[in-house]
Design a protein around this ligand. Structure first.
Ligand SMILES: [Zn+2]
Length: 501
């Protein structure tokens, strides 16, 4: 190519489309390829919206779930699907920690795992529809076009009041082109983060925190073919991006409102907390770092998972919990995930495999660690965040105790107390059971007691650690629900005799 043979200014605005007839030579990994052949056909000439519509149609036909990574949220999934299918940008609105980012990543998974792009292009241009200046000029001057595979594109653009135009948008410097800089020179075209999302998903995390002036530029970038920045740069093309944004509710600290024109073109979808305790648990199981992945795995029994999930979800529920009324910002799913992780860590560090109540710490340090930093108290609340966290845990424990107590068949209640009375160490009219591995054998021999223990475990188990953990929660439930017969004191349960009726 003869340098400057083409009118640079004109190319900037020219639309370039390549069809098979144009006979452009494409090279991939050193070999000439026919990009129109079936094996390459799906990886160019399509927009992210095209890909996503195809994927949704395909999954719909099989009655599948387009967002298998999202737990629950059936209604929200339907709305997202509809908005995407109509090519609308989406704004997820909700408190921190309820999966807005996960949702945006789940949307990206509907794109192909990789696409073909023009090699060296800063915004991974489509081989047949380049929008950047440099690629357009390569095509127009009939060069051989080198291609490369680019993995699926998901770019997070964090909303930050200090964000500059260059960081967010960047652009082409006409000045530098006129000065004769090479088109590939880094100062000629500097794409900001929003442009790097070309051909993929741009995730504008906390859109409300993007400075107002930049929000206006974003609107131009999405809607019009040209943006001119105050730095004298231009973006003379429309990027092919699906915009997904997130925002906290308007009254949330540190967030300014989203500008009307920008807001107007997006579909707002509310993302709230998980609808059920089971969903809360499933999210924690999928996202926890240690609990489920460690080898040998830490076993988190159902009652411990429920206890941890209740500790967090009660904080969101002032109708059920007075402690929740003390919270201005309740704990999100991240608190549950961290609680799972911290408990599992404690279990491993103490040399165990299955948690016991003592693993939460003598002063519930594990609970405080996971929760205290993730809540905000209402003005005027006397307790500390640590104290409020512990209060939530105790409410959760009571809730689990009641659930476990419900599992005891009514007609075996007296037998269970008598069995426990006999198996414990006699101490002046009462009997003491200490929770440690040495009592497992004796407890297994108790017909009625062990039958409830196994029921809690989901069936007979040979696992002594699991048995002990289950026996502990059952004894604990008795101490909470029938304190006349069972009293907990530190690591020991005191059993009192059932009086004859
Ligand atoms: Zn390019």
């Amino acid at each position: 190519m003869v340098k400057k043979a083409l009118d640079d200014d004109a190319i900037v605005y020219q639309e370039v489309r390549v069809s098979r007839r144009d006979g452009i030579k494409y090279i991939l990994d050193g070999n000439e390829v026919d990009i129109w052949a079936p094996e390459f056909r799906n990886y160019h000439s399509k927009t992210p919206v095209d890909y996503i519509r195809d994927a949704i149609l395909d999954i719909e036909k099989k009655n599948g779930d387009p967002f298998p990574d999202i737990v629950g949220k059936e209604k929200e999934k339907e709305l997202v699907k509809t908005a995407l299918f109509s090519g609308s940008p989406i704004l997820f609105r909700g408190e921190r920690g309820y999966g807005k980012t996960t949702f945006s990543k789940a949307i990206a998974k509907l794109l192909p795992e990789k696409i073909l792009a023009i090699k060296g292009c800063k915004i991974h241009d489509d081989p047949t529809a380049p929008i950047c200046f440099s690629c357009k000029s390569k095509i127009l001057s009939d060069e051989t076009i080198e291609l490369t595979w680019v993995p699926r594109i998901w770019v997070r653009i964090p909303g930050d009041p200090m964000l500059t135009t260059r960081q967010l948008i960047g652009g082409i410097s006409i000045q530098k082109i006129r000065e004769g800089y090479d088109l590939d020179h880094p100062e000629v075209f500097m794409p900001g983060r929003a442009l790097k999302a070309n051909r993929g998903i741009g995730y504008f995390d906390e859109l409300g925190a993007v400075p107002t002036a930049l929000q206006t530029l974003l609107h131009e970038l999405f809607e019009e073919r040209q943006v001119s920045t105050s730095e004298g740069e231009i973006v003379p093309f429309r990027i092919n991006t699906i915009e997904v944004a997130s925002t906290n509710p308007a009254n949330y600290r540190g967030t300014s409102p989203i500008k009307e024109p920008l807001l107007d073109r997006m579909e707002v979808i509310e993302i709230g907390p998980p609808a059920t305790i089971e969903e809360e648990i499933e999210i924690a199981r999928r996202n926890c770092f240690i609990g489920c992945k460690e080898q040998p795995p830490v076993i988190l029994p159902d009652w411990h998972m429920r206890l941890m999930a209740y500790t967090v979800t009660l904080g969101r529920n002032p109708k059920e919990s007075d402690t929740a009324k003390k919270l201005q910002v309740p704990p999100s799913c991240r608190a549950t995930i961290k609680l799972f992780d911290h408990l599992a860590s404690r279990v491993i560090l103490s040399g165990g495999r299955v948690p016991l109540l003592k693993n939460y710490g003598d002063d519930l340090e594990v609970v405080v660690l996971a929760l205290a930093g993730r809540i905000e108290l209402e003005y005027g609340v006397k307790e500390s965040k640590a104290e409020v966290s512990k209060m939530l845990f105790k409410e959760g424990l009571l809730k689990v105790a009641k659930e476990v107590y419900q599992r005891i068949p009514e007609d075996s209640f007296n037998d269970i107390i008598s069995e426990l009375m006999n198996v414990g160490v006699a101490k002046g009219g009462v009997s003491s059971i200490v929770i440690n591995p040495s009592v497992v054998k004796d407890l297994r021999d108790l017909k009625h007691f062990s039958s409830v223990v196994y029921d809690l475990c989901g069936g007979y188990t040979e696992d002594d650690d699991l048995f002990l953990s289950s026996a502990e929660i059952l004894l604990y439930s008795l101490s909470m629900c029938v304190p006349r017969y069972v009293v907990k004191s530190r690591n020991e349960f005191i059993i009192k005799k059932v009086e004859d009726k």
